[in-house]
Design a binder for this molecule. Structure first.
Ligand SMILES: [Zn+2]
Length: 377
């Protein structure tokens, strides 16, 4: 890796005089109000000095998020997890989500103006990712945490019916407007979170966290709650916006700064997520770069540190010409596709074989990145 090039793209990311995302007047107004609430202490922030893996060697990647709000991003040198700091304190999150999250993000003051929190098709997609791994039962108990307006569960139920599977669902949600909307869709939903679901004293065949996991502060606490809600053959579906998929995301403007948002406490790759879940006793049975993933309780092995891979990737996408040259874009695709293939097909590789494949792919990728850098200069 050329140090000069490296430092140039890192310097770019650390700029604060840029606007990563164009904001509507509603978003802008709420941004000002949010800053005011931070200033007067209504919303409290805290610095993060340690990664979830215990390492305190955090390197600064960015000083602002997509709204140009002063929330920085740091990458852990030991595991490659990208962490937001400062972050909103746990006690301030209810106020934040109630007052700021939706208007800031969606540029709409009222939930009624939004159709759904997720694009149509999300629940159908999730069912189809899950379906090959589901326990063979006629009725499945499904829990969705942060179920929003209930669209995911509603679609999932409809899709499951096509396969003669009945879904006995429970959704949890904090936002009352969302709960009302979900109820209208006929979704069984309650006010609360994982801890509330635990009080039900039930176990679930499937637990869904769709764009929720990256919002958690204490991942170990949340995963331990999940463990009390599942059985050995239960599936844990986690979907988060993967860092290594930014080149496919037009709405992030295909840029890292456009992707960063203060409400995401962590930013994952499929392997940094898998490594984290591994440390809590989970094995991946499906993974891809987007990140859509399925985990189950069980033994696995740790993938290598994602630090280098994340930085290599961010350097590549920092060069806009990267996206104009299709061949260059394909090159990244090809090297990644092969690496993800085995898990994407739902196959679990034998430990040793996986290590060999991974080492092979890393060598191949390094070569292609070198080639790209050569082509650029
Ligand atoms: Zn770490």
């Amino acid at each position: 890796m050329n140090n000069l090039l490296m430092s140039e793209f890192r310097k770019e990311l650390l700029k604060t005089d840029c606007i990563p995302k164009e904001l509507s007047h509603i978003s802008l107004r709420y941004k000002e109000l949010f800053l005011l609430d931070i200033e007067n202490g209504n919303i409290e922030l805290e610095e993060v000095t340690k990664c979830q893996c215990g390492c305190d060697f955090l390197e600064e990647l960015a000083k602002i998020d997509r709204f140009a709000l002063p929330f920085g991003s740091y990458i852990c040198k030991k595991c490659g997890l990208v962490i937001t700091s400062p972050r909103i304190k746990s006690a301030s999150l209810p106020l934040y989500y109630d007052k700021y999250y939706h208007p800031l993000n969606y540029g709409q003051e009222h939930l009624e103006e939004q159709e759904a929190l997720f694009e149509v098709g999300q629940g159908k997609k999730i069912f189809n990712v899950l379906k090959d791994f589901l326990p063979a039962k006629k009725t499945l108990k499904v829990l969705e945490v942060g179920a929003g307006t209930g669209n995911v569960l509603s679609e999932l139920k409809d899709e499951a019916l096509k396969y003669d599977i009945e879904i006995d669902e429970l959704g949890t949600e904090y936002n009352q407007d969302c709960i009302d909307k979900a109820k209208k869709l006929g979704v069984n939903i309650i006010y609360g979170d994982l801890a509330t679901a635990e009080k039900y004293g039930e176990t679930f065949d499937v637990v869904i966290l769709s764009h929720v996991f990256e919002h958690f502060i204490d991942l170990e606490y949340e995963v331990n709650l999940i463990k009390r809600l599942i059985k050995p053959d239960s599936l844990l579906y986690i979907e988060v916006p993967g860092i290594l998929d930014l080149h496919n995301k037009k709405h992030y403007n295909r840029s890292f700064l456009g992707y960063l948002i203060h409400a995401h406490m962590y930013n994952f790759t499929m392997y940094s997520l898998s490594n984290l879940l591994f440390s809590f006793g989970f094995k991946p049975i499906f993974l891809n770069n987007k990140v859509e993933s399925i985990f189950q309780l069980g033994e696995y092995y740790q993938h290598e540190n994602e630090y280098v891979r994340v930085l290599n990737y961010l350097e590549l996408i920092s060069d806009l010409s990267f996206f104009d040259e299709n061949q260059t874009l394909r090159r990244w695709h090809d090297s990644e596709k092969e690496k993800a293939k085995n898990t994407e097909d739902g196959m679990i590789l034998k430990k040793k074989k996986a290590r060999n494949t991974e080492d092979g792919m890393i060598l191949k990728k390094k070569k292609s990145i070198k080639l790209i850098l050569h082509m650029k200069t």
